[in-house]
Write a protein that binds this ligand. Structure first.
Ligand code: CTP
Length: 417
């Protein structure tokens, strides 16, 4: 099921021009199935009208601390308790100050005082106001109180100045909100992920590659980040924006991917798991021509001589001397793209490569494969486990895989090495 389906989110709006971006956050959350309760401050209603909020949220605006429509006058307590998440966007300097002081002079600040669950804050203000010692103090206080922050970002501001103070973009706020609600099963863990295709150059203008989009690896990286892990994402050429918070290492060829992977695997503090989703080219041209190959320079038929690339997954798995971190087994996960007879071929591949877990998918099956947003995976393990997952969005495949990896790290099966 969609992550946001059935979630109840309070959106608290402060009085800033960035409130127009909050409308987009509301729209996207509603589209994803969340219920939104808009709680604007009086100042926020200078920037967006109650009618706009009501129409977008499909719910009445809550802005009165003392409403005759509430028979018991306990709206702030009820609102504070029932919501899964409170997002304050935009959080102006004034609103941050009132929150840090624990003031309760309107509905929004009052419900924040009554709240026990997660609160995510997206500040937006002029750079000088953001840098002011008073604002810095208030942010520190709120962080110490356990509130989560996203942004502000650096860039040009509505006031014409440039600096830090621009509210985080809607997509960033949504991702931060999702992280605020995801259990931290990989907190303190460092996870290495490879993703995308590799490119093997023939000459300065041509290369051999494959159709991998990198989507599966990206979703695995996002799922690991949401679970609290530090992520090292080593990827070939892809057209995807870097996942928020991941350390990315862009590489081209299989040999460059191997070098970057070994660097992360062998460095200090090391990684707890490697999840290798990359579609590494199995071969590269035996020689890379320094000048462009011209039609006139070769016979009518051009024959390419190819040489095998190193197998990154097999190398990591075979390296028994570095299979532990802080005395704990490190987990190595491979992905197998097969066309037909997937389970038999997958089992053979798991044995040949020596990894702990192998996620097999039949790329010829409908809804699976390169560029698709869904995948049907069978997960097999060295310990004999087999799990058949139905056709799922890649996001949910990644989430299940991350849960399995976290369990594996916490409780390595006895049969494992
Ligand atoms: N892999 C790797 N290095 C390679 C080739 C593959 O690390 N040179 C990893 C992939 O990232 C994936 C797994 O091995 O996790 C299986 O990849 P796949 O392409 O299915 O396997 P191959 O070894 O290439 O076998 P084949 O093409 O014969 O199916």
């Amino acid at each position: 099921m969609n992550f946001w389906h059935g979630k109840q989110i309070i959106i608290g709006l402060g009085g800033g021009i960035a409130a127009y971006k909050t409308l987009e956050v509301i729209r996207r959350l509603r589209e994803a199935g969340a219920t939104i309760i808009p709680v604007p401050t009086v100042a926020a209603l200078q920037f967006v009208t109650p009618l706009t909020l009501q129409a977008l949220c499909g719910a009445p605006v809550r802005d009165a601390l003392f409403s005759p429509l509430e028979p018991d006058g306990m709206d702030h307590i009820r609102l504070a308790r029932q919501a899964d998440l409170v997002i304050i966007a935009p959080a102006t300097a004034d609103l941050l100050a009132r929150m840090a002081q624990g003031q309760a002079d309107d509905l929004l600040t009052t419900l924040l005082l009554a709240r026990h669950g997660p609160v995510l804050v997206a500040p937006a203000m002029n750079p000088a106001m953001w840098d002011h010692p008073a604002t810095r103090r208030n942010v520190t206080i709120l962080q110490e109180d356990g509130l989560l922050f996203t942004g502000p970002e650096t860039g040009s501001m509505a006031c014409g100045e440039t600096g830090s103070g621009r509210m985080a973009e809607p997509a960033t706020i949504l991702e931060a909100a999702r992280r605020a609600l995801t259990p931290k099963i990989l907190q303190g863990r460092r996870i290495l992920i490879t993703a995308g295709p590799t490119r093997e150059e023939l000459d300065p203008v041509r290369f051999i590659s494959n159709h991998s989009s990198g989507k599966m690896g990206w979703e695995v990286a996002l799922a690991a980040l949401r679970a609290g892990a530090q992520v090292e994402l080593i990827h070939g050429p892809v057209a995807l924006p870097p996942p928020l918070g991941a350390t990315t290492h862009a590489v081209d060829s299989a040999c460059a991917m191997l070098a970057a992977t070994l660097n992360c695997w062998l460095d200090q503090p090391g990684c707890d798991a490697a999840i290798l989703t990359a579609a590494v080219a199995d071969y590269r041209p035996a020689t890379r021509q320094t000048d462009k190959i011209k039609k006139g320079d070769v016979a009518r038929e051009l024959t390419l001589e190819l040489t095998p690339n190193p197998d990154i997954l097999a190398m990591l798995s075979a390296w028994s001397g570095v299979r532990t971190r802080n005395g704990q087994q490190r987990v190595i996960v491979g992905f197998a793209a097969e066309t037909g007879n997937a389970l038999v071929r997958g089992r053979e591949k798991l044995a040949r490569k020596g990894c702990d877990l192998l996620a097999i998918n039949d790329v010829s099956a409908p809804g699976c494969g390169f560029g698709a947003d869904t995948n049907a995976v069978t997960l097999i393990g060295r310990d004999g486990r087999t799990a058949d997952w139905p056709l799922l969005p890649k996001e949910q495949v990644a989430e299940r895989l991350i849960t399995t990896v976290a369990e594996f790290i916490a409780h390595p099966p006895p049969s494992n090495r």
